[in-house]
Design a protein around this ligand. Structure first.
Ligand code: 5AD
Length: 347
């Protein structure tokens, strides 16, 4: 259904045209969504993998213009979880049946690499059959290597946008796309299941930018891709900008599934925050991951990357039931496996 020729300019125009057609032609869109589901189901079956998300710190040294926990944002009640708090979150998730823990946080200068290594080692030794995913931002290669050795096997680092000029409109000068992509290359080389991804509808984003994202993903073939709508966050330079579009997000999910067939792809919290049906529609467009929040309830409202983030129920079990219903409503089943990438081997 999509035939890339390997010529950058031509492929960008070709993909842009497909996106534009899909926006206006709902019948064609349904065909693409159906194909995305077929590809997903051929590889993984109609199964959804759950990842327990633990937001370990909202301190961040970075100042991304879109982000609600950016360094210079005032009125953020900053917190950092202790080892005991993190382990308690894992325990709750493990008891429900989650086999993946995602440790996500801002680039918190108070956490040293040895802190991260200690935390990963603690989780790995206590729940050796579970996968540990990290989402802690840009680091040096040697840090990524040590964390891999400690037992983390997956790393999420969205590339945010594959166009360097667009990247520079979303980030301060000291943050570069080239370093972001260097990190992603390193993670893959080290042996992590590597996750890239982007927001849909960020300020100044063009259809050509979206096409460039797809081309980057098609070439890089990450194991995971996180795609969600941009949502404005108060107290940031983008507070007055418009949120990303639901249909655009679904189109990008489907096209990503078609171009990166074995991708593990969440129907994101941002998609669920944009629209009450968002996550179910995301699964119907080719996603196959859900990320229930396991963060301590008393800190959840402090990890607001954007306004209007749906707040998971305090009770992780009740929350699981709601997610279970989304899966059923999408005609899928919940997987009880770790849900490693079909194209990944541990080495
Ligand atoms: N809207 C939507 N997604 C956001 N993220 C950060 N800020 C926002 C926002 N305002 C996403 C980024 C980041 C991920 C952890 O959350 O893509 O990589």
């Amino acid at each position: 259904m999509i035939n890339l020729k390997g010529n950058f300019e031509n492929d960008i125009n070709y993909l842009s045209n497909i996106i534009k057609q899909l926006r206006v032609d709902s019948e064609m869109r349904q065909e693409y969504f159906a194909q995305a589901r077929r590809i997903r189901d051929q590889i993984y079956g109609p199964q959804v993998f759950f990842r327990g998300l633990i937001e370990i710190s909202n301190f961040c040294a970075r100042d991304c213009y879109y982000c609600g926990i950016r360094n210079s944002k005032k009125n953020v009640s900053r917190y950092r979880l202790t080892d005991e708090q993190i382990l308690a979150c894992c325990e709750i998730g493990y008891d429900i049946g989650y086999k993946t823990f995602v440790l996500q946080g801002g680039e918190d200068p108070y956490f040293s690499i040895s802190d991260y290594i200690r935390i990963v080692s603690l989780i790995h030794s206590r729940w050796p059959d579970s996968a540990i995913t990290l989402s802690l931002g840009e680091m040096e290669d040697c840090d990524y290597e040590q964390l891999f050795t400690a037992g983390a096997t997956r790393y999420l680092l969205r590339h945010e946008t594959a166009d360097p000029r667009h990247y520079s409109k979303l980030h301060p000068e000291d943050q570069t796309l080239s370093n972001r992509l260097r990190c992603l290359e390193s993670l893959k080389t080290i042996g992590y299941q590597t996750g890239a991804g982007m927001m849909i509808g960020t300020p100044y984003q063009t259809t050509q930018n979206l096409a460039a994202d797809l081309l980057y993903l098609a070439n890089f073939q990450p194991h995971m891709v996180g795609i969600g709508p941009f949502m404005p966050a108060s107290g940031t330079p983008f507070t007055d900008k418009t949120a990303g579009d639901l249909i655009d997000t679904l189109i990008m999910l489907a096209l990503t599934r078609i171009l990166v067939p074995a991708v593990l792809m969440p129907a994101t919290t941002a998609l669920g925050s944009l629209d009450t049906e968002g996550r179910r529609l995301g699964l119907l467009a080719g996603a196959n991951v859900l990320m229930p929040n396991l963060s301590p309830p008393d800190h959840r409202h402090d990890y607001l990357l954007y306004d209007g983030k749906i707040q998971a129920n305090d009770d992780a079990k009740a929350n699981h039931k709601l997610m279970d219903q989304i899966v059923k409503d999408a005609g899928m089943t919940v997987s009880s496996s770790r849900g490693d990438s079909a194209i990944w081997t541990y080495h």
